[in-house]
Design a protein around this ligand. Structure first.
Ligand code: ZN
Length: 107
């Protein structure tokens, strides 16, 4: 299987338009520390996307409930210019393409 990167064009599950994981990482809305999940949305129709960011790698999947909430990662994307600086109960800080983003937990 060809390795996907955060610049690989993906089809939106809802409307079929394409977007890249890089574009939705940059638009991350909030961080869910208990699951280590960054919650974002597709640029085309704001369909919810759930990602786990690691240095050099992004996992794309979904959150499901089985007693408590769990994250199931379904796809792995190489992210050579992604650096995760910090993760804790207050938020997530990462650097992508030389720009540092600080994502708060859900208000
Ligand atoms: Zn869409």
């Amino acid at each position: 299987m060809k390795t996907m990167t955060i610049d690989t064009e993906r089809a939106c599950n809802t409307c079929g338009k394409t977007f890249t994981i890089r574009s939705i990482i940059a638009a991350t809305a909030w961080y869910w520390p208990a699951l280590d999940v960054a919650v974002s949305a597709t640029p085309c129709c704001q369909f919810r996307e759930e990602l786990r960011l690691n240095t050099g790698q992004v996992l794309r999947g979904y959150v499901y409930a089985a007693g408590t909430a769990h994250f199931a990662d379904m796809e792995t994307y190489a992210a050579p210019d992604l650096i995760v600086n910090h993760k804790d109960a207050t938020g997530l800080t990462f650097t992508l393409d030389g720009v540092t983003h600080t994502i708060q937990t859900k208000p």
